[in-house]
Write a protein that binds this ligand. Structure first.
Ligand code: SF4
Length: 108
């Protein structure tokens, strides 16, 4: 959830293996990693900007003021929960993002 809105819904496996919402991806990138080698190579997403007031959320997508993928459409159209076309088979689950996509791991 972000500012009171559900952004992605799925099982543990669907979310951990195939997160498609940028906020979910940012949260997962911040999960502590006990292995020092794995910690060094992970691709963290550092969100910038302040969290908007839930009493006065941004228009369109509530996450757009902190999202690195935001485009014009994100400020005018509220993204609805839906299964992104990029997902198939067992990975299918709902995400509320106009540009939902599984994040590729960083090149080593
Ligand atoms: S709808 Fe736009 S601003 Fe919202 S999460 Fe998706 S890309 Fe980011």
């Amino acid at each position: 959830m972000y500012l009171g809105k559900m952004v992605e819904i799925g099982t543990d496996e669907e979310i951990y293996e195939n997160a498609t919402h940028p906020y979910t991806q940012a949260l997962l990138s911040a999960v502590p990693v006990p292995d020092p080698a794995a910690r060094e190579s992970r691709d963290r997403i550092i969100l910038t900007g302040d969290i908007p007031s839930p009493a006065n959320p941004p228009s369109g997508c509530r996450f757009r003021t902190r999202c690195w993928k935001a485009e014009e459409r994100c400020s005018t159209e509220v993204p609805l929960l839906a299964v992104p076309e990029v997902l198939s088979g067992a990975a299918k689950h709902e995400s509320a993002c106009h540009f939902a996509a599984v994040r590729e791991p960083a090149a080593a």
